[in-house]
Design a protein around this ligand. Structure first.
Ligand code: ADP
Ligand code: MG
Length: 352
């Protein structure tokens, strides 16, 4: 009851919006299920709200609103700050769901890793001005550690809430200029196993570049969504049986790989890596052996970075990118991995 009253009161005092309140700005993205714009509020309302983001979504928008509401209550810092969602039925194209977030910043991790400066371009964003430490592998490793730690922290929040994101990739990680941390966006493919929302995986939503090899996140023995109360009772059991969160861990491992190896940052580079790894039966150590003799300078440098401090970076990577979900580490366990332990001067100063 307390939760119910709190949610009700919170909703009562939150701003509500309608179509005409928004002035459309630049288009930020367009997918099969919606279009995303930067927007500002029409004059009468403007002022304290600042820039916002609007997603006009198809029927899947209903689930995305539900996920964002849940995240805001359970693990607000994991994701972009959700403001409001509503059904907009006066549009010519028929009913659309409109979702509003605070505009977190200009860059996704995808934009940032595409820069030749990466990871130094991120260091200045996290640290601010005035740091002038020597460049080199150790320093790059520290920056990558910090990004990965923030990402795992956000992911642990989602997973502890019972939400599996299913579309973790650099394009869906935004740098929040306000909090100077990376946050997760785009809950359009997410599933909440605790209450059975969006329970049946929609395979066609998954991005093949970052998807783990398992086709279904839940075992095919549980093909249909049980009713909400049944799902709520069953889900901790199903979670333990299937470890659906490990799907996101695989994708996160591929992001670590891309941060360490510049050659895998492009689409074609990542697709090529995926093909090679599949040929090695998803065994990273076998893949490393197979490329060993013909590794170019770029690859060698990536291995060198992950081999620092006795190879703990490589160890973490191999515990995330594994064929069997059951053998992959969890977000919480990964945060306790010794890869994040090293406390150099820089590590201390860039702790969030
Ligand atoms: P899509 O379904 O099109 O992938 P996303 O939710 O991923 O929709 O948003 C598309 C793009 O819009 C993102 O890649 C990002 O560049 C931008 N974006 C989304 N949400 C925000 C936000 N809260 N702040 C700033 N930019 C955002
Ligand atoms: Mg997206």
């Amino acid at each position: 009851w307390d939760m119910f009253v709190l949610a009700f009161v919170e909703r009562l005092f939150r701003p509500t919006f309608k179509k005409d309140d928004f002035v459309l700005g630049k288009k930020l993205g367009e997918g099969a299920f919606g279009v995303v714009y930067k927007v500002s509020l029409a004059k009468k309302n403007s002022g304290k709200e600042g820039d916002l983001v609007l997603k006009k979504a198809t029927e899947y928008g209903a689930v995305e609103i539900w996920m964002n509401e849940r995240v805001r209550r359970a693990c607000a810092n994991s994701c972009a700050d959700f403001v409001y969602g509503f059904l907009e039925s006066s549009s010519k194209k028929g009913a659309e769901y409109w979702l509003i977030w605070r505009f977190e910043g200009e860059s996704t991790l995808a934009d940032l890793i595409q820069s030749k400066e990466f990871p130094y371009n991120v260091e200045s964003m996290i640290l601010g001005e005035g740091q002038d430490l020597p460049k080199g592998l150790e320093r790059e490793n520290k920056i990558i550690q910090t990004i990965l730690r923030q990402l795992l922290f956000a992911l642990d929040g989602l997973h502890s809430t019972g939400i599996v994101h299913r579309d973790i990739k650099p394009q869906n990680i935004i740098f929040s200029e306000g909090s100077r941390t990376f946050k997760i966006i785009d809950l359009g493919a997410a599933t909440d196993l605790r209450v059975g929302i969006n329970y049946i995986p929609k395979e066609f939503l998954l991005d093949p570049r970052y998807a783990a090899p398992e086709q279904y996140i839940m075992s095919t023995q549980t093909p249909s969504a049980p009713s909400a109360p049944v799902a709520a009772a069953l889900s901790p059991v199903l979670w333990q049986l299937n470890l659906p969160d490990r799907f996101d861990i695989y994708s996160t491992g591929l992001i670590l790989l891309q941060m360490a190896f510049p050659s895998f940052r492009s689409d074609s580079g990542l697709i090529q890596f995926n093909r090679q790894l599949k040929r090695c039966d998803y065994d990273l150590n076998a893949w490393r052996k197979s490329v060993g003799p013909r590794a170019n300078a770029d690859l060698r440098r990536g291995f060198e970075l992950l081999d620092l401090d006795g190879g703990i970076g490589w160890e973490l990577l191999t515990s995330m990118v594994r064929y069997k979900a059951r053998q992959r580490t969890s977000a919480k366990a990964a945060l306790a991995h010794p890869y994040f332990d090293k406390e150099g001067l820089l590590a201390l100063s860039i702790m969030q």
